[in-house]
Structures are given as structure tokens and as C-alpha cells.
Design a protein around this ligand. Sequence first.
Ligand code: MN
Length: 483
Amino acid sequence: MGDLGEYRRKRDPQRTPEPVPDPAALPTGNDDTFVIQEHHATRLHWDVRLERGGVLVSWAVPKGLPTRPGDIRLAVHTEDHPMEYATFEGTIPKGEYGGGRMFIWDRGRYETLKWSDREVQVVFDGGRVKGRYTFFRSGRTGKDWMVRRSDPPQEPDREPLPEELEPMLAVAGTLPADDEHWAYEFKWDGVRALARVEGGRLRLHARKGNDITARYPELRLLGEELGSTEVWLDGEIVALVDGRPTFYALQQRIHAEGERAIRRAAADTPITYLVFDVLHLDGRSCLDLPYRDRRRLLEGLSLAGPNWHTSPSYPGEGAAVVEAAREQRLEGVIAKRLTSRYFPGRRSSDWIKIAEIRPLEVVVGGWRPGEGRREDTLGSLMIGVPTAAGLTYVGQVGTGFSDEVLRSLTAKLRASERRTSPFVNEVPRDRARGARWVTPKLVGEVEFLNWTTDGRLRAPRWRGLRSDKGPQDVEIMELPDGR
Ligand code: MN
């Protein structure tokens, strides 16, 4: 320890703003100051540096110093740094050694209790870290060290971040009458996910607690952005198509298996994590806090990044929020009682889901080819629902298909063509023109705004095939006008 040769070899003074000192001009001190820099390099870590013999003896701690005595964390012994480095904050250019943003996370004085080649025991007295820590060699090479806290916890009443938490669920319902006691959020059509962040590392849990971290690699950066903030977040993972969450697009992310397929799917269909609640924050459970206070804490985190956002919440004015959801063709609205606590894993009437866009199972009875570029594939599907009279035509759906779905659906439909319409009612002539009829075998799900007075779907949109169902599984309906 105490040699800056390696430090200099790795850095080009022409290209990095880090201090690269003249070897003859090293400052000296009293071996009692330290600095901890949060370093957003390829992998986030905290550089713990102790002034010793005129240099900064350094360890890179990937998850930061532990706060509890039982926690032993990796601490990679790195090359000594010059004293000038103790004041460095800034961005090291990409491609240079240690490229990335770096800032001072803490600094202060320390006292040495023991210092050998195998073990360093110090007492930190910084702005954030106070107490006795032991760095000890753990492997054969000089780089492999570990660090543990040797004092009782700095904040004994700090609640550790839970390992598992389950999401709170809503009941279906309508707009509450006491509007001023509620806040309203848009209901997103995606995958519910809770995120746990500790030491800059993010873990994602789906509804039943299964770990889905590897499926959404773009959210690793959210963990790194949160740095040393310990937190559990609640939100929805969505795939945006034309700015609107679209479940069919998300499906390829849900079904991608294996690292390569996941990486390809992530490049094709990036996701956005819409965060709407905070369940634990920096040593304190938020479950018993009223919704209103949890929202304030959440907004204080200012979560806004390339793949994550804070989902908006509107206190009062439920009818206006429902109207906005309808205009935006969102699935609906969730009303949340302002005073309500968070009940993990429970369905509670403090959260009410008000569905706007309605899903409906339909049977495909025909299709019309597309125009221009889409001549070879289908332009729209002729859809019906089973009624007492038989399969009844309810409209035509031409949106909501990805190119891949268009191709595979067209192939399936070509294989089951027939000469006559399978619908018991008459399809309007302008709709029937150019139509190709099929044996009704395929079941799909559409969403729509409402029924027209003559029993047609208004603004239907394709959501996906229900390959798990056949026409006989679709519920027999009574259409709005009695047909
Ligand atoms: Mn570093």
C-alpha cells in the first residue's frame, strides 16, 4: 500500500478530469480522513478511501457499507489513489478507466484501531456513517476483501428491508360518492410488479412473489439510480405502443425465455415501469402510513428515467379522471382512499377498480384483406358472439395487431376458409364486400368502448387470441337490443 504507479498507468491525463498528480508533489496528512464516493461505473459501487501514508487506500464496495452487524459485504481492494482524489466529483468519460458519474457520498474523520496487510479496523465519524468497521482479507489475492460492521447498528430502530412483500389488490366497483376522500390513478394494462432495491441492486417480484428481475434488464438502472436508498416500490410494467400501454406487445417480454431471447425482446419492445406506491423507505415501513403520505414520499423520490416514471395520482375529481381514461382508451381507473393503509397480499375496498375499456371474448367468422402494403394479410376480422340464435355478427376489428400477429392469424384463417358466412344475422353489404368466410374456430379477446343501439361494438380493438379456448367455451350472450 502507498504506491500510485498503478493509478497513473490506468489513466490518461489528456482524457479524464480526475486528478493525476505530479509524482513529486504528493500531499501528506494525519492519516485520519476518509471519503466515500458513489461511483456509477459499469457496475455501481462505493469507493471507500482512507488517507494513509500520503495516499488514499481504497476499497470498491459493490453494495456499499453494511448497516447491520450481521451483513458481510464484498470489498474489492483497489489501487491507492492520490490525496487530491478525495475532493473529486464529476463524470469520467465513457471508455476511460472507471467511466461514469462519481460523487462524494460521505466524508469525515476516522480512527485506526488496527492496520495490517490482512485486516484494517477503523471507526468512521462521517456525515452518514458512524461506527466501527472491519475490512479483512478473504482470498488468496490481495484484492479479495470483505467488510463488516463491528458495532451495533447505527440506528437501532431502523427496520430492515423485508425480503418479500405482496401487492395490495383492488375490488371492482364504481365511482365513490364521497369523491373528496379519494385519489384516482389510471389503471395500466400490464404486469403488476413490486421492486426491492438495496445497495443499488434491484429485484422485481410478480404478483405471487416469483422473481422476474432477469426478464426486464432495463430496470437494473433504476436500482443504480436509487443508489444507497433502500426501498420497496409498487407499480405496473407496461409496453407502450403509440404512447398507450398495450398488453399484446408486452406478451413477447412475458414469454421470452433465456438471456439472448430476453435481450432481443428488450431491444424490440422496451418496457416502462409505472410506479404508484412506496411500501418501505430507508429503514422505515410505509405500510401503516395513509396513502396520501406514501404518495408524498414516492413523489419525493422523483422517479423519472428512460424506463420508469411515477404514475400520476389525482385527488378528487373522479369523474374527470374516468373521462380522461376513456378518451385515452386506458383500461380504467383505480380509486384509492386517501387515508387507507397498504394491506400486502389482500384485496381491500379501500382500492376500487373502475373498468372503462371492456374486454369481450369473440369468435372469428371471417376476415377482409388489407389494402396496399397489407394486401397479403388481413385488414380486419369479422367477429361475432354466441347468442341463443347462434353466432351473431357484432362488428369488425382492424386495430391492435402487431405485424407478427397479422401474419400468423392470416395463415390460420386461410386454412379454414369456407364459402358462406357463419353468422346467423346478416352482415351489412358494405362490410361483407370482399370478405372471406371461415369456419368459426378461433376465439379472441377484444376491448371496446360500448355497444351501439343496433348491437355492434363501438371502437373494438384486438387484444389477442385465446388459444386456450374454443367457440363452445364462450359464454352465450343476450345482445343489448335483444337480438
Ligand atoms: Mn470506483
